[in-house]
Design a protein around this ligand. Structure first.
Ligand code: ADP
Ligand code: ZN
Length: 679
């Protein structure tokens, strides 16, 4: 695998494989049939691009989306690789160039739209072209049951047979039915070497909030991330338009996207999103598979997604470059009602509906979770042994209370009114509110009337929402959404089980969230300067900014501040070609910004002993910024904090923790203590 590792650094500029990549790359290089299931952003493309370079001959890549293919080809070319694509979007010159490279035997990767496979001419061309491997991206498109089904994908199996070359299939869809279908259709039912990879995306921050002032909640979230690219998913087309307008009025660069738009307009939005830095797209889930932008910094759900799989896929569009990214999902009792109704009123058979309810339940369990969301999310995908510290519940554990008695009272109100009413009326009964409706129906005579005055109306609403979230009650589609009790609630009613509820899911949205930045305050000005430089290059070449360098690379530049080309080459994402094209330009920005611009905290320590200590502490912290393995959430100490460490020289872990705080101490204390010990 020696050459493969060289290719990784020389061509792609990465110094290590991501978890799981090495094994896949090895199998594909060896020419095995492979199926790799990797989460979005896991780095699938590298797993066929690198083997394509490693192996002799041409690799054909089948991918469902033109924009995505063109992006990858552009990125490969920027890295000095001979690649091309044949799609309906090609200009004549582009196609001529591809054919010329093919004839010259220079082409290493040829991206093909699946529609092309329908043409005999294409099949003939491929037979003559010296194809030695087929790679299939988004392999789940062969599944006739999935919503991404592409009939032309069914031709791939036959292409594999006629070319008689190994095939590597990639997808992020993990369910076993889809896997089985891929094996049947692409591999003739013979199980290929299969890799199922970690679904954790440690750089994504997970958060949920009950809707309170929903529009303001989204605007605040966007405001704290001003200038960063983001996606807001909405449940309806109308809402995408009105929310996009609200964001524009708030001086964001924002536009909307949904399936009802003209295809040209949709393409325009996709193109803008990939090209522009900092655009917000407010969209329905129609904005999906084509989104291949690695530097999406946040995803917000203005409405509850449909299922836990949908949620995972949608938040997965943030932070593919591995740099920190934030997600927020809003939900309310109405969303739950709406999603249940959608399933109940759909055309699927009973079995399917039951499964869909279960998927929604899994998501609701995540929304109403009492502990770490990541554990719950990944637990659903079968992963245990998870470290988080990057979700709202790990950051601020919720206040909880024993809600057994309240739930029982609510259930009893439902039973005594024969499950004919919604939450509003039931809450009136529980709170003993004499409305006309209550008096007309004689509900003030019920024993439950007024038995729940210890909670106010809002608190009761939160109890009902959580009861829906735990699937203790459901709206009845045959009774206009009146709530009925499910079997899951019986043990609580019968006093055989208890339930813990959250007290604080509805917070008053008064204080503005604090602004989220990607780097520490000291590095922020340099990061903006680097972004400006990147924008200049991108505009000059007419490509999206991330084709030049992704955010993660810029962040690393801002933090490590390489001083020469050698050091610059060690930044992740800098390969030989990019070093040559951009190294000098970016080094000028970095070192220009640094000369005479030492942080005041460092300057005060001057060059004395503490100054030296400071520099070594800084080095250690840079090495550990992403944890010992380089995959963790970046943490850093401010310059003045480091200066304090150098000055005060805490002696043990506790003293260090008092100075740094728990989180930083966890990561840095031992290493800092060692620096201080060594003097
Ligand atoms: P997906 O699995 O969703 O197709 P991509 O192939 O687009 O993901 O990769 C996501 C991002 O991860 C890209 O920006 C890519 O450059 C980056 N990446 C892939 N492999 C590595 C690696 N070994 N080290 C660092 N970054 C990587
Ligand atoms: Zn957590």
């Amino acid at each position: 695998m020696l050459d493969a590792t060289n290719l990784l650094s020389d061509v792609f500029g990465f110094d290590a494989f991501r978890p799981g990549q090495a094994e896949i790359v090895e199998a594909v290089c060896k020419g095995e049939n492979t199926l790799a299931i990797m989460p979005t952003g896991g780095g699938k493309s590298l797993c066929f691009q690198l083997p394509a370079l490693y192996r002799d001959g041409l690799t054909v890549v089948i991918s469902p989306l033109i924009a995505l293919m063109r992006d990858q080809v552009r990125a490969l070319k920027a890295a000095g690789v001979c690649a091309g694509c044949l799609t309906s979007g090609n200009t004549e010159e582009e196609s001529d160039e591809v054919f010329a490279a093919l004839r010259a035997g220079e082409l290493k990767l040829l991206y093909l739209a699946p529609e092309r496979l329908a043409k005999t001419a294409t099949q003939d061309m491929l037979r003559r072209a010296g194809v030695t491997m087929i790679a299939v991206d988004e392999a789940h498109c062969v599944s006739q049951w999935g919503h991404d089904f592409r009939p032309d994908y069914l031709r791939i199996g036959q292409l594999r047979q006629s070319l008689n070359v190994p095939l590597a299939a990639f997808t992020a869809t993990a369910d076993t039915e889809t896997q089985a279908e891929i094996v049947t259709r692409l591999f003739d039912g013979v199980q290929p070497t299969t890799f199922l990879h970690g679904f954790d995306r440690p750089n994504l921050n997970l958060a949920f909030m009950a809707k309170n002032t929903p529009r303001k909640q989204i605007l605040d979230f966007a405001d704290a991330r001003r200038g960063q690219s983001g996606i807001v998913y909405c449940g309806t087309r109308n809402k995408t338009e009105s929310l996009a307008r609200a964001l524009q009025q708030d001086r964001h660069s924002a536009c909307f996207y949904h399936g009802g738009m003209d295809p040209d307009d949709r393409r325009e939005v996709e193109a803008r999103f990939s090209r522009e830095d900092g655009l917000i797209v407010v969209a329905t889930i129609a904005f999906g598979m084509g989104v291949d932008k690695p530097d999406v910094r946040w995803v917000a759900h203005a409405d509850l997604p449909k299922s836990i799989e949908g949620y995972y896929q949608e938040i997965g569009r943030a932070g593919r470059d591995g740099a920190p990214a934030d997600t927020l999902t809003l939900y309310a009792a109405d969303d739950i009602r709406y999603r249940r109704q959608q399933i109940d009123e759909g055309l699927a058979d009973v079995e399917r509906k039951t499964a869909d309810h279960a998927r929604l339940n899994a998501l609701l369990g995540l929304a109403e979770a009492l502990k770490c969301r990541r554990e719950k999310l990944l637990g659903y995908f079968g992963e245990t042994d998870i470290t988080c510290g990057n979700c709202d519940l790990c950051e601020t554990p919720p206040a909880t209370f024993d809600g057994t008695v309240h739930v029982r009272k609510a259930l009893s109100a439902i039973l005594r009114t024969q499950a004919w009413f919604g939450a509003g009326h039931l809450i009136d009964i529980l709170r003993g509110t004499r409305t006309d409706k209550i008096e007309q129906r004689g509900h003030d005579q019920l024993p439950t009337f007024g038995c729940g005055q210890d909670l106010d109306k809002r608190e009761w609403q939160a109890v009902f929402r959580q009861m829906m979230g735990h699937d203790l009650i459901r709206p009845d589609p045959a009774r206009h959404g009146a709530l009925y009790m499910t079997d899951a609630a019986r043990p609580i009613l019968k006093d055989e089980a208890t339930i813990t509820l959250r007290r604080d899911t509805i917070v008053k949205g008064t204080n503005r969230p604090k602004v989220r930045t990607l780097v520490s305050d000291e590095d922020a000005p340099l990061l903006s300067a680097l972004k400006a430089k990147r924008r200049a290059y991108a505009e000059a070449q007419g490509v999206p900014a991330y084709i030049i360098f992704n955010d993660k690379a810029l962040i690393e530049m801002a933090e490590k501040r390489p001083t020469d080309l050698d050091a610059f080459a060690r930044i992740s994402g800098v390969g030989a070609k990019k070093l040559e094209s951009f190294g000098k330009g970016f080094l000028e920005v970095i070192n220009g910004a640094e000369t005479g611009d030492v942080h005041p905290a460092r300057r005060k320590l001057a060059t004395g002993q503490n100054g030296g200590l400071y520099d070594r502490l800084m080095e250690v912290q840079t090495d550990l910024a992403r944890g010992p393995d380089g995959y963790d959430k970046p943490i850093s100490c401010s310059a003045s904090l480091l200066a304090k460490v150098a000055d005060l020289k805490p002696r043990d872990h506790n003293a260090m923790a008092r100075l740094l705080g728990e989180r930083r101490a966890d990561r840095f204390a031992d290493a800092f203590l060692k620096v201080l010990e060594d003097g």
